[in-house]
Design a protein around this ligand. Structure first.
Ligand SMILES: [Zn+2]
Length: 90
């Protein structure tokens, strides 16, 4: 019986779906708007290097989670206020 061992680096097993943030692979030279690294190679409309694109996405996700938590609190407060008003309607 033959035993196969498959090794696959978790980083390289597949490509992300581009564009990721402000980066996509390609053949144009650009400068990253965040870290100002020059002579980077990417798609025509790339404006971030890949690490900056990832950092921006992680930061934006964190901010979105904070906003969602804040909106959820406000939603629950309004819902409670409506429930109180409904009691007086009866
Ligand atoms: Zn950068």
């Amino acid at each position: 019986m033959t035993e196969y061992i498959v090794k696959c680096d978790a980083f390289d097993h597949r490509q992300p779906k581009f564009p990721v943030g402000g980066y996509a692979p390609g053949g144009y030279v650009f400068t990253c708007r965040l870290c100002n690294e020059k002579n980077l190679i990417g798609a025509k409309r790339s404006y971030q290097c890949f690490p900056c694109a990832i950092e921006t996405l992680v930061y934006n996700l964190s901010k979105t989670k904070q906003e969602l938590a804040s909106i959820t609190i406000e939603h629950n407060e309004l819902k409670n206020a409506i429930d109180v008003l409904k009691k007086y309607e009866k």
